[in-house]
Design a protein around this ligand. Structure first.
Ligand code: IMP
Length: 185
């Protein structure tokens, strides 16, 4: 087998937030979360919203010092012909949340439709508390009123990829967050 030539092509798009900025911001978020849950009696449940949040989850979880459990939920978003999107549950949680502290971990809050849906859904599992940590926040696109308790970065209305975020299923593995080509300001 021939030795592969690497990199095969330059990464797409321009860097909006580089890996070191992501890393230091996550450390700061973890300190805030550590402090907020320091006196709770049971491990915090980090509820990762698949698939976009997994890189953020992995780094956040390793920066936290409090005991945590990891859980996953998956949704599919549909943009209908109306301006309001609808959300379908693809994979529910597989552990009891009753009486537990849950921190939803999301890659980005855009219109807020996904998180509004998930918040209502998780509430039905009767946890003691539900909060949200999102790496990115596109406030200017908001259609649903949602509280984002821990925000990594507020970003402008641009389509971003990398560090878990995809376009058509790809680019999730890029280590920096980039603006997709043609979307630069
Ligand atoms: P919302 O329901 O409109 O808040 O959208 C949330 C979901 O849309 C996120 O979990 C992402 O999967 C996707 N999304 C929104 N903006 C972007 C983006 O800029 N890049 C990649 N995915 C995005």
């Amino acid at each position: 087998m021939n030795t592969p030539i690497f990199p095969q092509s330059a990464p797409i798009g321009t860097v909006l937030i580089d890996r070191s900025a992501i890393s230091s911001r996550i450390s700061a978020m973890a300190q805030e979360i550590d402090a907020a849950y320091a006196s709770t009696d049971a491990p915090l449940i980090l509820l990762s919203v698949l698939k976009g949040s997994i890189l953020f989850l992995a780094d956040l979880a390793r920066s936290l010092t409090i005991p945590v459990e990891l859980e996953f939920i998956a949704v599919r978003s549909y943009e209908g012909t109306q301006s309001t999107g609808s959300v379908e549950l693809v994979k529910d949680v597989s552990m009891p949340l009753r009486g537990r502290d849950v921190l939803m971990v999301e890659d980005i809050v855009d219109t807020g439709t996904t998180i509004a849906f998930l918040h209502e859904h998780i509430r039905r599992h009767a946890p003691r508390s539900v909060r949200l940590a999102s790496l990115l926040n596109k406030e200017s696109r908001r259609e649903k009123s949602v509280t984002v308790d821990y925000i990594g970065f507020d970003i402008p209305d641009r389509f971003v990829i990398g560090y878990g975020l995809d376009y058509d299923g790809i680019y999730r593995n890029l280590p920096d967050i980039r603006v997709l080509d043609g979307e630069e300001s």
